[in-house]
Design a protein around this ligand. Structure first.
Ligand SMILES: Cc1cc2nc3c(=O)[nH]c(=O)nc-3n(C[C@H](O)[C@H](O)[C@H](O)COP(=O)(O)O)c2cc1C
Length: 396
């Protein structure tokens, strides 16, 4: 069944046994100081046992400065304690013969204000302010605990200030330092998170990048920061580790977001990334076939792949074997990256390979938070900060 999906592939320096990759999925179950836990090792190892070809870790903060940390209970790779914690995961996953890379991210203007230091403003490409988003799960039990009736309130973020050129070099150095620690922790490489609304995305998306220096104003300039990070990371960890760069047009605070110019802009981004130090690019979406461009039916990942000449990892709405095979038939990517199915069912690769029907449930938030099958390791419900106030000046 599904011969393309289950054929081996080499991506950068890594040999994968099949073309299924676990998407980065934030769990928020690290210790409060960012140390990865044994529960996380069990969670990742369980997915490795389920037959996935490569795991990308959840978004991890690489340094504890300049508003990098984005979530409470987010894991870090910012110090030796974090390295020791992640070793539990990398060793458990490697024992099952599966490679794993660490997704490094900086929250930028959408870092949870509770993660900022006293008096600190969030940073971004430009001085802008996110319109906010619903940060919490819509889990009924957690709502009950917090005494909230109705919908979760929208979380607001303070206005962000723009990074100076010196500071953005410092942020890029932080990615490189985190990458070195990730390798020390046993990871087979890193993914630079340039997608989903966070800092690097804020540079790449013309909506949030209003700069007039070398880091803004054109697709080429908008990706310069991402390329700087990739180069510094490559210089720090060498050629034997995988580096991927994740891209998207939507973000956590703009789920329906689209790049102005659509496929044309994607082509410009791809062309500008042709000499990027990443081995592969990773397109993130909730449906890879939906390019949100009324003037073209070319998938964004295909446009970027053709323009950059880089292998594409493609994510979004791939829920079963025919769905993965369709991606390869369309010649859009070298690997299918799968998120929500693996929340729910760690054995998903084995199940689809068997040809059995996969009892897919609706793709809604509750399904993600309280998966139908793997109830043992569900979304966390212990992140209670009942007196939280989004006003940064009141933090800590
Ligand atoms: C609860 C949840 C957490 C996520 N955490 C991350 C993350 O840490 N980093 C990231 O790049 N994307 C993250 N994503 C996005 C997923 O990687 C993926 O793009 C999305 O689930 C769509 O893929 P799917 O259709 O296979 O689920 C998250 C998605 C969900 C639902």
């Amino acid at each position: 069944m599904f011969p393309k999906t289950f054929s081996p592939v080499k991506i950068g320096p890594l040999d994968l046994k099949n073309r299924l990759v676990m998407a980065p999925l934030t769990r928020q179950v690290a210790d409060a100081d960012g140390t990865p836990t044994a529960e996380m090792a069990a969670y990742y190892a369980r997915r490795a046992r389920g037959g996935i070809g490569l795991i990308i870790s959840e978004g991890t903060y690489e340094v504890d400065e300049l508003g990098c940390k984005a979530y409470l209970s987010q894991p870090g790779i910012a110090n030796d304690k974090h390295v020791a914690g992640w070793k539990l995961t990398t060793e458990a996953v490697h024992e099952l013969g599966t490679p794993i890379i660490c997704q490094l991210m900086h929250g930028g203007r959408v870092s949870d204000p509770r993660c900022l230091f006293e008096g600190e403003s969030p940073v971004s490409a430009s001085a802008t302010q996110s319109e906010g988003w619903v940060l919490y799960t819509d889990n009924d039990a957690e709502k009950h605990d917090r005494g909230i009736d109705g919908d979760w309130p929208k979380v607001t973020f303070p206005p962000a200030r723009d990074l100076t050129v010196d500071e953005l070099h410092r942020v890029a150095d932080g990615f490189a330092e985190g990458a070195v620690r990730a390798v020390e922790a046993g990871f087979d490489g890193v993914e630079i998170h340039g997608a989903n609304g966070y800092l690097v995305y804020q540079f790449i998306h013309p909506k949030t990048n209003l700069r007039t220096d070398d880091y803004g104003g054109s697709a080429e300039n908008n990706v310069r920061f991402a390329k700087l990070i990739c180069q510094k990371v490559r210089d720090a960890i060498g050629p034997d580790k995988l580096i991927t760069l994740r891209l998207s047009q939507d973000g956590v605070d703009d789920f329906m977001g689209a790049w102005p110019g659509g496929v044309d802009y994607a082509r410009q981004v791809g062309a500008a990334l042709a000499d990027c130090a990443a081995d592969a690019l990773h397109w993130s979406s909730f449906d890879w076939t939906d390019n949100r461009d009324p003037n073209s039916d070319v998938p964004m990942a295909k446009a970027i792949g053709e323009a950059s000449g880089k292998p594409m990892l493609v994510n979004g709405g791939i829920a079963d074997g025919p769905g993965a095979e369709a991606l390869f038939d369309s010649d859009t990517g070298v690997a299918a990256v799968v998120g929500r199915p693996l929340f729910a069912q760690p054995d998903w690769p084995h199940i689809i390979r068997s040809g059995m029907d996969y009892p897919w449930a609706e793709f809604d938030r509750k399904y993600v938070i309280q998966p139908a099958v793997d109830l043992g390791i569900h979304y966390p419900m212990d992140r209670r900060v009942p007196d939280w106030d989004p006003d940064v000046s009141k933090r800590r």
